[in-house]
Design a protein around this ligand. Structure first.
Ligand SMILES: [Zn+2]
Length: 403
């Protein structure tokens, strides 16, 4: 209680200062601090908390990044210049106090001084309104060069042939679910590998590298997916859609899967632990034909729930959570659709399907809802009749579907 009061006193003093009145000076207070790991971990690249939060004595009458860092360095007995304030548990590092959300508590981490130099330089180059003066950088040692493994250095002793690529300009069309409309991003140049690295029954997947980055930087890797001849025939003959319309519907469906998964994520209690996410998929054209492009996800592909509603065998955590997500999507949509084909790498999902209770669109009885993989009531019934709620369904307070 006492601590809460001192925090409120600090807030009150800051409020007074914002209004232009003279604050009281030399009043000691406290800030609440969450110390985080120095480096992010896990598939989601999160900074994990190191311990419970602490109240750190704070001597300045003004809330500033420098004073927060100084207070934390003193409290945790860390060298001067080693503290870094994070904007969230997924970064980035803050360079201005305005970037700290909420200001109820501060997420900090400690870095080796050379790492701190990198962070400061990054903040400075990204920020147009930073408050560092030149003296800040005089204290900072030089940046370490990126480390390259010995194996890689030795492989460079042998002639390396470049992977054949096509340099193309892709225009990414994003489906904005809130507006039910499309947003066209400015064109970007990509180097698309000539040979596919993977394929499904319907589509071929090619790695594509965004070329706006400088050569020595790790290039952003994307996946460009084009439709195979068989898919083109199915889409045009069986679904009576153009390839463009089908590709766009695939992007729309993905945005629905992403929105439902984000809602699930926002409602998941901490006890549920790590949960799923989808990245954004864009519509584009490649060699004059409809295609999609999305960020590349590194790692082993696993299917958790099929588009038939069948769940992968084995009671592993990720599969049980996938089942729970499917159950949630059904309850969330008032039993009008079910997110299926839950698959991907760990908790990073891609290539979903959605099964709808009504196969055809209400406004047009010839158009199938979502995409060709919509197995409608067959898939929904398969899942419902075999699903037994697990501990994650209970944590999400889902109503039992199995009767
Ligand atoms: Zn359930």
């Amino acid at each position: 209680m006492k601590r809460k009061e001192t925090w409120e006193q600090l807030e009150a003093r800051l409020a007074v200062k914002r209004k232009g009145k003279k604050p009281e000076k030399n009043v000691t207070s406290e800030i609440m601090v969450q110390k985080m790991a120095s480096v992010p971990s896990g598939r989601l690249k999160k900074f994990e908390p190191m311990d419970t939060r602490d109240f750190v004595p704070y001597h300045s009458s003004e809330l500033s990044l420098d004073s927060i860092k100084k207070a934390c360095e003193e409290f945790y007995n860390q060298p001067s210049g080693s503290c870094d304030v994070l904007a969230s548990d997924r970064g980035p590092s803050c360079s201005r106090i305005e970037q700290v959300k909420g200001k109820k508590f501060f997420m900090i981490r400690f870095l080796a001084i050379s790492e701190q130099a990198n962070v400061s330089k990054t903040c400075a180059s990204k920020s147009t309104n930073h408050n560092h003066d030149d003296n800040d950088f005089q204290k900072i040692p030089l940046i370490n060069p990126p480390s390259i493994s010995i194996t890689k250095l030795l492989r460079a002793g042998k002639l390396v042939k470049s992977v054949p690529k096509n340099r193309v300009i892709l225009i990414k069309d994003e489906f904005v679910l809130q507006n039910l409309d499309w947003f066209q991003h400015p064109p970007d140049s990509f180097d698309v590998e000539e040979n596919q690295f993977s394929h499904g029954a319907f589509r071929d997947a090619y790695k594509a590298f965004c070329v706006k980055q400088r050569q020595h930087e790790q290039q952003e890797c994307w996946v460009l997916k084009t439709y195979r001849k068989e898919a083109e025939d199915t889409v045009t003959n069986d679904l009576s859609l153009t390839l463009e319309a089908h590709a766009k519907k695939q992007v729309q469906m993905h945005s629905v899967a992403k929105a439902v998964t984000e809602k699930f994520r926002s409602l998941a209690p901490p006890d549920l632990g790590e949960t799923f996410e989808y990245k954004t998929v864009f519509y584009t054209t490649y060699k004059g034909k409809a295609a999609t492009v999305e960020p590349y996800v590194e790692g082993k592909f696993t299917k958790y729930v099929n588009n038939t509603g069948e769940v992968q065998r084995g009671r592993v955590e990720v599969v049980e959570k996938a089942e729970c997500l499917v159950h949630y999507s059904y309850e969330y949509s008032n039993k009008s659709f079910m997110l299926l084909d839950v698959q991907g790498t760990g908790f990073q999902l891609y290539d979903p399907e959605i099964a709808t209770k009504d196969l055809f669109c209400k406004s047009d009885s010839t158009e199938i809802m979502f995409c060709a993989g919509n197995l409608s009531a067959i898939a929904i019934n398969e899942f419902v009749s075999n699903h037994h709620c697990n501990k994650y369904c209970e944590l999400m307070n889902l109503t039992k579907v199995h009767c």
